[in-house]
Design a protein around this ligand. Sequence first.
Ligand code: NDP
Ligand code: 2IT
Length: 451
Amino acid sequence: MNSIDEKLQPILAQVIRRNAGEPEFHQAVHEVLESLGRVVAKHPDYLEQALIERICEPERQIIFRIPWVDDKGQVQINRGFRVQFNSALGPYKGGMRFHPSVNVGIIKFLGFEQTFKNALTGMPIGGGKGGSDFDPKGRSDAEIMRFCQSLMTELHRHLGEQTDVPAGDIGVGGREIGYMFGQYKRLTNRYEAGVFTGKALAYGGSRARTEATGYGNTYFVQSMLKTRGADFDGKKVVVSGSGNVAIYSIEKVQSFGGKVIACSDSSGYVVDEAGIDLALLKEIKNVRRDRISEYARIKGQGVYFVSADKGSVWDVPCDVAMPSATQNELSGKDAARLVKNGVVAVGEGANMPSTPEAIKVFQDAGILFAPGKAANAGGVATSALEMQQNASRDSWTFEQTEARLASIMRGIHDTCFETAEEYGAPGNYVLGANIAGFVRVAEAMRMMGVI
Ligand code: NDP
Ligand code: 2IT
C-alpha cells in the first residue's frame, strides 16, 4: 500500500474513529487519501478549509425499518438505508442495492465512491447510495413488489428529482425500479419521472441505460489499450459476475472482436473456450433467474463449471480481466496469478472489486488498471442523460444516447490519464481518477462557503 501524507493521517484516524466497524468505508477513504497528498502540496487551502474532512462526512444518513408480509403470511423485517453523501454538484445520485451483506458501512463506501465518480462524468449530479439487507433470491414477484412498496413508503419523503435520485445496483433492476417508482408516484401524487433512473422505456426510461455500465467499462478499457497501440481484437477476456454489468460488458467486448471465455456468479464460474454464448447466458440469468452452473449443464461437452469453494474465476488465464460482481472479489493472490498468466489490462466494472493488495500488484507490474469510479461511470452518466431526457420531456435514439456515453467515457479516460501526468504519476489511473474527482467536488464546495 502507498503511504498517506502525514498531514492527511489525522483525517483517516478521525474517519476510522467515527465510523467504527466499517472496513469497506475505511478502505475507500484510505485509497483516496493516498492520492491527495500531491493535491494538498499544491493547494494548502483545501486543508485549511477542512474540505477533505467535510467530503469524508456524509451530509445525511437515513436508516429505517422495512416491514413486509411474505407469501406464507409471515411478517418479515429488513433494514433500509440511504446515505446522502454529497450534493455540491447536484442532487444526490446513486443506486439502491438489495443483498443480505448490505450494512451502513457498505452503503457509505459506495456513496463516497459515487461522489467522485459522478464528478468525473462532468454531469450535474451529487453522490448518494442506498439499499437494504433484503435477499431477493428465491422471492416471488409478489414478495418483491410488497417489499419495494414498503421500502418506498418510508424512503419517498427523502427523495425528489431535485433532491435525491436513486437507480439500480446489485439485486435491483428494471422490475424493482418499476415497483419503487410506482409507489413513489402513488404516495406523492406527482408524475416525477426524473426521481428514478433505470426506468423501463414504457414510462420514461432511457435507451442504452441498461447496457451503459458494461458498455462504458469496455470503452474505457479500449481507450487504455489504445495508449499502448493495442485493442480488443483477438484478446481473451474474463468477466466476473453474470448480472447487468457483466452481461453488457460481454456484449460490447464481443462486438469489439474480443473473446470472453469465462464468467461467474456467487456459486462458481464457467469456462467456454469457444466464447460465452450470450443469448443463453441472458436467458439463464434474466429470464429463468437461475444459477451459472446451468450454462455448463446445457452446453455440455467442453464447457465446464467450477464451484466457488474449488477455485476462482481469476484462475482462468486471460489478456483482459473485468471484475464485475462485487467489492473485494479480486485478492492480491488472484492479481499475482493474473499477472503471471499474462494479463495486460484490468477494467473494474464493479465498485472496489480489487483489494488494495491486488491494485498494488497490478500497478507494480505495469498493467493498465482502471479503477471502478472511472471505468464503471458509464451507468450513472447515462442515468444523468435519462434525467436530461425526462426534464425536456424528450426521448433520444439508441445511437444518439450511446454516442454520448462513448464520448463521456473517452472524456473520463483522458481526464484520468492527463491528471495522473500532471501530478507526476503517469499511467496511474487510480491517482488520476481520485484527484480529478476530488478537485471538482472540492472547488464547488469551496465556492459555496462552509457547508
Ligand atoms: P446484479 O445484481 O445484476 O449482478 C451481480 C452479480 O455479481 C451476480 O452475478 C452476483 O451473483 C454477483 N455477486 C454479487 N454479490 C456477490 C458476492 N458477494 N460474491 C460473489 N458474487 C457476487 O448487479 P450489477 O451487475 O448491477 O452490479 C455488479 C457490480 O457493478 C456491483 O459492484 C455494482 O455496485 C457495480 N455497478 C453497477 C452499476 C449498474 O448500473 N448496475 C453501475 C456501476 C457499478 P449471484 O447472483 O450469485 O449473487
Ligand atoms: O454504482 C453505480 O454507479 C450505480 N449503481 C449506478 C448509479 C446510478 O444512479 O445510475
